[in-house]
Design a binder for this molecule. Structure first.
Ligand code: ADP
Ligand code: MG
Length: 327
């Protein structure tokens, strides 16, 4: 038992995933390692195409294979490698121990099934409860996300976008999962609804002591809900740290580009600021640092070799050899 104390709750170790598309190999995730503890929230931040969704789908083992292929790595839940579990075992974990909220609520909801029944179905699948108990739990979950239980028999099309996403949250949390993967859960919603939905997620997370991976472009969301942040670029973690380390002492030129031009994290300008240039073609990644073609500090050395993720201090890690040299 004593050994177990050093095992992280969830660990993604050295994950490599590629897609095959039109004869090309798209290197979506390249040696990503992350850990998350119970009740904690890890933010994954980075531009579209950085590999964030692929990481989340790998954890839940819902990648479309093919075109996706996991080449390497382990997903360890309390030390047990999920990638090696038989499909049947994984089915028990999905929705029960780990669940996911997708960006677009409609992909998660069945349009021809009553919303309450969709929540109850998940409960009945994973827990030994009667039909009536599953229904009662579904009603409680609806109330918990601010939807009157009387709407149990409504269909998804009778709900607004924000309400649909609340239903999805209720579904994701109905079996009190240990880990919630929230993939841009508020991006499709109106700004006014975003804050409410985020509050619901935060509140339930706290109540249930759920660990969460929050995938977002929105630095305001990061500041509000995350304990740690991993900045993802071209399928790699380029910087990792706690909120203070990332917001107050960003170290990687990419992170500085993202966060640097933010005048104030409480201002309205909460989106990632655009950085000159484009992310590299994932089917033809640079040999050295993937950010070097866009980096104002890049030297010849940066494009020659892979750069390691080195410790700066505390929990702060950065993948850059020129960090601080320009000062
Ligand atoms: N089903 C797929 N087939 C081929 N390529 C894909 C597929 N899904 C994602 N990709 C590619 O993998 C890379 C990472 O995508 P994704 O994980 O969705 O990034 P993010 O969530 O950060 O936007 C991108 O280059 C994307 O085009
Ligand atoms: Mg995505």
């Amino acid at each position: 038992m004593t050994e177990k104390q050093n095992v992280p709750f969830l660990e993604v170790r050295d994950l490599v995933v590629h897609y095959t598309s039109e004869g090309k190999e798209i290197h979506a995730v390249n040696n990503v390692s992350l850990t998350i503890e119970k009740g904690q929230t890890l933010g994954l931040v980075g531009e579209t195409g950085a590999g964030k969704t692929t990481i989340a789908k790998s954890i839940l083992r819902i990648l479309p294979e093919p075109p996706a292929h996991v080449d390497q790595g382990a997903i360890l839940l309390e030390g047990r490698n999920l990638l090696e579990l038989p499909a049947q075992e994984m089915q028990k974990i999905r929705g029960k121990r780990i669940s996911m909220i997708f960006q677009d609520p409609m992909t998660a909801l069945n349009p021809v099934m009553r919303v309450g029944e969709q929540i109850a179905e998940g409960v009945a699948l994973h827990e030994k409860v009667s039909r009536a108990e599953a229904e009662k739990r579904a009603q409680e979950m609806l109330e918990m996300v601010g939807i009157p239980a009387s709407r149990y028999r409504d269909y998804p099309h009778q709900f607004s976008g924000g309400m649909k996403q609340r239903v999805v949250i209720a579904m994701a949390l109905a079996c009190s999962p240990d880990i919630l993967l929230a993939d841009e859960p508020t991006t499709a919603l109106d700004v006014t609804i975003q804050a409410q939905v985020l509050d619901i997620i935060k509140e339930l997370q706290k109540k249930l002591n759920t660990a969460m991976i929050m995938i977002t472009h929105d630095l305001g969301i990061v500041a509000e809900v995350c304990d740690h942040v991993a900045v993802i670029y071209a399928g790699e973690v380029v910087e990792f740290g706690n909120l203070e380390e990332i917001f107050d002492h960003p170290a990687h030129p990419y992170t500085i580009g993202l966060f640097g031009s933010l005048p104030d994290i409480n201002s309205d300008v909460e989106r990632l600021s655009p950085i000159a240039g484009m992310p590299p073609d994932p089917s033809n990644l640079p040999k050295g640092c993937a950010f070097s073609p866009r980096c104002p500090y890049a030297t010849e050395e940066c494009s020659r070799q892979k750069i390691g993720l080195d410790k700066i201090d505390g929990t702060h890690l950065c993948r850059c050899i020129n960090r601080g040299k320009e000062e």
